[in-house]
Write a new protein. Structure first.
Length: 118
């Protein structure tokens, strides 16, 4: 199993970024996918979640209306579109997979740094 995040960068407040996670080594279309983030000195927190077929998503209250999670089961990728970024969104963002429609083992990517600062 391999999860590789990309797209992290330094961006100004109000800006946008799109994170991507490329998955391999498992049946992606049968996995639940999530984005988490961890800011310095804080616990890792769930940002967004999407079910295997993409029909159901949920978001942390802090990002609702600004972030959108999506997946492409043909390309084995999950993305996080982040708009109206705030300094409080600064964190390392991680991709997580839970196999077998949520009943199997979970795996993490290595993370990608997002910094929101002027």
């Amino acid at each position: 199993v391999q999860l590789v995040e990309s797209g992290g960068a330094l961006v100004q407040p109000g800006g946008s970024l799109r994170l991507s996670c490329a998955a391999s080594g498992f049946t992606f279309s049968r996995s639940y996918m999530s984005w988490y983030r961890q800011a310095p000195g804080k616990e890792r927190e769930l940002v967004a979640h999407i079910t295997s077929g993409g029909g159901l998503t949920n978001y942390a209250d802090s990002v609702k209306g600004r972030f959108t999670i999506s997946r492409d089961n043909a390309k084995n990728t999950v993305s996080l579109q982040m708009n109206s970024l705030k300094p409080g969104d600064t964190a390392v963002y991680y991709c997580k997979a839970v196999l077998n429609v949520g009943s199997g083992p979970s795996y993490w990517g290595q993370g990608t740094q997002v910094t929101v600062s002027s």
